[in-house]
Design a protein. Structure first.
Length: 218
């Protein structure tokens, strides 16, 4: 894909800024005492794809309640597992086993001089996860996640808000993500451009084209 007419970028995190290969396996290994709640939580996230609660309070209420009901657990227990076991574990796995894509730092620093960037994930604790990957979070003008908006991908609403915050119109915003059904679909609905990156090769290609585009832009 040729990059053109772009004045802002929105990066997905998982699978885009790092290769997330085997992460489901490492998560299961780590959560082996919590496999039932992990599986119900994953299933619930799947069911909530694109369901807009309008805000995070209602989203979390529904999410924790439905898992609690299915497993006969209190909302407090579910919430405690999600934040203190699941997310803390997620951050730990990134810290121990994963690192940012090749030459990410050079590329981000180059883009940062030209136009604003956001990072937007379906999962929370984005700053903590960027730090675990040793990605400099100060390079992004906006850092956000779906749970904060109360709607998982592929909703257009968060993306439109991010471009507004960066002061760039939707049609001049490029979404970079590893999933066509979430990142790509959301970008399409928001009237934004989409660049698919789900491998080292595609990352290299994206990086080359981005450097070229910035040069051309002058
Ligand atoms: Mg992703």
């Amino acid at each position: 894909m040729k990059i053109s007419n772009c004045d802002a970028l929105i990066f997905d995190l998982d699978g885009t800024l790092y290769n997330k290969k085997k992460i489901a396996f490492f998560t299961m290994m780590q959560q082996w005492r919590h496999l039932r709640i992990l599986s119900v939580s994953n299933k619930r996230r799947g069911e909530l794809k694109g369901v807009d609660f309008g805000d995070s309070v209602l989203y979390y209420q529904n999410f924790y309640n439905s898992i609690g009901e299915e497993l006969s657990l209190s909302v407090e227990t579910v919430k405690d597992w999600y934040i203190n076991t699941f997310y803390r574990g997620f951050i730990g796995i990134l810290e121990q086993r994963y690192s940012a894509r090749k030459n990410l730092k050079t590329l981000l620093e180059h883009i940062d001089k030209e136009f604003p960037m956001a990072v937007f994930s379906d999962y929370a604790f984005v700053e903590e996860r960027l730090r675990a990957l040793e990605i400099d979070d100060s390079l992004f003008s906006v850092i956000s996640h779906s749970e904060e908006y109360g709607v998982l991908k592929p909703s257009a609403r968060p993306l439109l808000d991010l471009s507004l915050k960066m002061g760039v119109s939707a049609d001049r915003t490029l979404v970079v993500g590893d999933r066509v059904d979430t990142d790509g679909e959301a970008a399409l609905k928001a009237g934004m451009m989409f660049y698919h990156v789900d491998s080292e090769d595609k990352w290299d290609q994206f990086s080359k084209e981005m450097h070229k585009y910035i040069e051309m832009r002058g």
